[in-house]
Unconditional design. Structure first.
Length: 148
């Protein structure tokens, strides 16, 4: 009977790949510089800003958003139409490969409706973006004072 004997190098390679985390080669988009502006007086809606970066080779498609801190979260776009500022919901936000979307005052932003509890400056709010492929992108948004 003949037995197989692996070389020490082969054994090291097998051990290294078996310890490699599942999905380690998958690209993960990120949310950076996230912040929520507190209104000067108590209001049922707030706005969220930041940057969603897609450093991946494939486009990223956001089809929804939610937060345990708010009853409703959606992506909106502000634009000027006939000299009037208008806001509309963006049902699907597509971010090309190696690109980003900037959420900023007067442009693309998050509408955060009906806070479930009072927010404090310096705190954080978690927002989860629902992706078209079934995944979730999680971002943390710092709560800031008006004008801060």
């Amino acid at each position: 009977m003949r037995t197989f004997r692996a070389s020490p190098l082969l054994a090291v390679v097998i051990i290294a790949f078996s310890a490699w985390p599942a999905g380690a080669n998958e690209c993960q988009p990120t949310v950076t510089d996230g912040w929520v502006r507190l209104p000067p007086v108590s209001m049922p809606m707030l706005a969220g800003f930041g940057r969603i970066e897609n450093g991946c080779a494939a486009p990223l498609e956001i089809v929804g958003a939610s937060s345990p801190a708010f009853a409703d979260v959606s992506v909106h776009q502000t634009s000027i139409v006939d000299g009037v500022s208008r806001m509309r919901a963006v049902p699907e936000l597509r971010i090309a490969a190696d690109d980003s979307a900037v959420l900023e005052p007067g442009g693309l932003h998050l509408m955060l409706m009906q806070p479930r509890a009072p927010l404090q400056a310096g705190g954080t709010v978690v927002v989860e973006f629902e992706l078209k492929d079934g995944g979730v992108l999680r971002g943390e948004f710092e709560v800031r004072k008006p004008g801060g």
